[in-house]
Design a binder for this molecule. Structure first.
Ligand code: FE
Ligand code: FE
Ligand code: ZN
Length: 302
């Protein structure tokens, strides 16, 4: 049985969702995640209905379940900071509408950074904004991501995420996305992943775990750095990550790689085809770098 496993892909101006599906298929993915525009800005183009329907036909044919496909909200939207409140709220309302137009039911959101206001104030601001954003009739569920605790990030512990969820009125529209790199950098030992899930179930409830980001980490546990590494090449290691991917309690949870491209600048290539292969087969590839580079060099020469 294949796991529900894919990667971050791009969403281009000219091909939109159809381009994202094609890119995901090129990695042998059965799910994917994308930003509806650049992750670092909030310029967004209208959704093209024709491209969307072509994308849906292709997903049907290739057995990609749209319920497993994820939108990531841009990371510059900071709900913990009351500055830009109106813009943030209206942008995320629009993002929910775009997700609905695309047929996508899950949006991953970084809770935000409190920028010196303190965790409690941050949590309050996030919940207030979410209550202004979320409506009972919307289809997409907002999945708050577990953060590494870099700077003044809110949401680096399950208790902080729980505190936000507790303040959100429409609880069926709010859930959680775990990120293995962020959890490790925040101080969670993934070697005892069963214990982590038990803890998650006690604090938040496993039914709220709807998405998992699968990344290795460049740094030691509890480093609060948030620098992703290729699978098996970082401080978490292949065996622990593979156990997460194949965990029986996460069978239905879509898993998304956000690992770095291999190579420098414009010559760099995506590692996902090979990382997905090694995770699906539970077999570490010690030649990842070489195989990725030669695969895409061959591809470009054809
Ligand atoms: Fe993220
Ligand atoms: Fe992530
Ligand atoms: Zn990250």
């Amino acid at each position: 049985m294949k796991e529900i496993l894919g990667s971050h892909v791009s969403f281009s101006k000219d091909k939109q969702l159809l381009g994202s599906v094609l890119e995901a298929l090129s990695y042998h993915s059965n799910t994917f995640m994308f930003y509806t525009g650049a992750p670092q800005n909030t310029t967004r183009l209208p959704i093209d209905a024709e491209l969307t329907s072509l994308a849906h036909n292709l997903m049907d044919k290739e057995n990609i379940n749209i319920e497993n496909v994820i939108i990531h909200a841009p990371y510059i939207v900071n709900l913990a900071n009351p500055k830009n409140y109106d813009f943030n709220v209206s942008f995320l309302k629009e993002e929910i509408r775009r997700a609905e137009q695309l047929g996508i039911t899950k949006i991953v959101l970084h809770p935000g950074s409190h920028v010196g206001l303190g965790i409690e104030e941050g949590i309050k601001n996030i919940a207030t904004s979410l209550n202004d954003i979320i409506t009972s009739t919307q289809k997409p569920i907002i999945c708050l991501e577990t953060m590494a605790g870099k700077g003044s990030e809110v949401g680096s512990s399950l208790e902080e995420l729980k505190a936000i969820i507790d303040k959100v009125e429409l609880k069926s529209k709010i859930a959680v996305c775990i990120d293995t790199c962020h959890l490790h950098d925040a101080g969670y030992d993934l070697e005892n992943f069963d214990d982590f899930l038990k803890n998650f179930d006690q604090v938040i409830g496993l039914e709220k775990l709807l998405v998992a980001h699968i990344n290795d980490s460049k740094n030691e546990i509890c480093s609060h750095k948030d620098r992703h590494e290729n699978i098996g090449y970082g401080k978490i290691g292949f065996n622990i990550i593979s156990k997460v991917v194949h965990h029986s309690l996460l069978k239905k949870v879509p898993k998304i790689l956000e690992t770095p491209y291999i190579g420098e600048g414009k010559d760099s290539n995506p590692p996902y085809l090979f990382e997905i292969e090694m995770l699906q087969n539970n077999k570490f590839n010690e030649n990842l770098n070489l195989e990725v580079t030669s695969y895409y060099t061959d591809h470009k020469n054809k």
